[in-house]
Write a protein that binds this ligand. Structure first.
Ligand code: XMP
Length: 315
């Protein structure tokens, strides 16, 4: 038996003992929450409800992909469209930590509703070791309050189950592969989703811009990596900056939006170096972004900082 198989057997046995009633999990489709959901459903079957919340802040095509995956895994699941509520909660909120808090609070509300309806007593979470370290739970400094850690469980009055809390990302990916989960090679994506990649106000229009830019960056970089032109980075995405700058659109002076491109390599997200994207790939990213959103975006810049001193996300 491989290390991953041993972990799976042990985790399922432990979950059978730990979960004494109905359980609920927020499944974002990311590797951590999906692995946790699959392990818990292997342990307790339909006593687990996996809830996917469409916050309106997800990547292009993501909700449809996650729905198809949950369907394929034959899990007891529910997709909830809460996008209007999320945009309302984020209206006028600019501070990154305030965004995380607003999103965290609304998650609690949405979950409480679903958990009550289902009668869940247990909350399964996909928390992994770096989430705990960076959220200062162990007494170390707070870098960012990753919203899946802290406050939430106590307030919800459910017993928290965290099957992956001792693991790092690479371990979780190995377990996902062993479980046959399709998302195992997906890049990490933050809980507050595109809201922390939108440094301007979080509106449906601004999120649509950063969503399209992220999709182009992903597509170009995946293509370049598949063609052997670069290594596939750990994370690669776009950020909408609050800066406007002067450009030309046709014969007219335009005052447009700015997109930053970020690609980093990392082992565990704790430290990172910026990836070397080949110039022709950068060129293609820039052209596609400005062509597809020519009336909105007129400038694309490239982030060449490591972590530290920067963090991976801009917020
Ligand atoms: P930073 O930006 O802190 O990111 O260097 C480290 C890793 O964590 C992700 N990240 C988050 N994940 N909730 C999450 O679940 C968050 O609020 C959050 N902020 C950052 C980030 O994408 C990277 O993989």
């Amino acid at each position: 038996m491989s290390g991953a198989d041993v972990f799976i057997t042990r985790a399922v046995e432990a979950l059978k003992k730990e979960i004494g009633g109905k359980a609920i999990i927020a499944c974002s489709g990311g590797v951590d929450s999906t692995v946790s959901a699959v392990l818990a459903s292997m342990a307790v079957g339909d006593r687990l409800l996996a809830v996917y919340v469409d916050t309106g802040l997800m990547r292009k095509g993501e909700t449809e992909e996650v729905r198809a995956m949950l369907e394929g895994m034959r899990m007891n699941y529910k997709v909830i469209d809460a996008s209007e509520e999320f945009f309302a909660a984020l209206r006028g909120v600019r501070d990154p930590e305030a965004k995380r808090k607003a999103i965290g609070r609304l998650f609690i509300e949405v979950f409480e509703r679903e958990a009550k309806k289902f009668g869940a007593e247990y909350l399964v979470q996909g928390t992994i070791a770096p989430d705990v370290l960076e959220s200062g739970k162990d007494g170390k400094g707070l870098v960012k309050s990753h919203h899946n850690v802290g406050g939430l469980p106590e307030e919800m009055g459910m017993k928290v189950v965290e099957p992956l809390v001792e693991l790092y990302k690479e371990d979780v990916r190995g377990i996902a592969r062993a479980l046959g989960i399709k998302s195992s090679e997906r890049q990490p994506f933050p809980g507050p989703a595109l809201s922390v990649r939108c440094l301007d106000e979080v509106t449906p229009e601004n999120i649509a811009i950063v969503r399209e830019a992220c999709a182009i960056v992903e597509d170009e970089i995946k293509g370049a990596a598949a063609g052997g032109r670069m290594e596939l980075p750990w994370q690669y995405f776009a950020i909408l900056l609050p800066t406007r700058s002067v450009g030309v659109h046709g014969d007219e002076r335009a005052y447009g939006r700015t997109i930053a491109v970020r690609a980093i390599s990392s082992k565990d997200g704790m430290t990172a170096t910026h990836s070397r994207i080949p110039p022709e790939v950068l060129d293609s990213i820039s052209k596609r972004i400005t062509d597809s959103m020519e009336d909105k975006v007129n400038r694309v810049v490239y982030d060449i900082t490591n972590k530290p001193p920067a963090t991976i996300e801009w917020e």
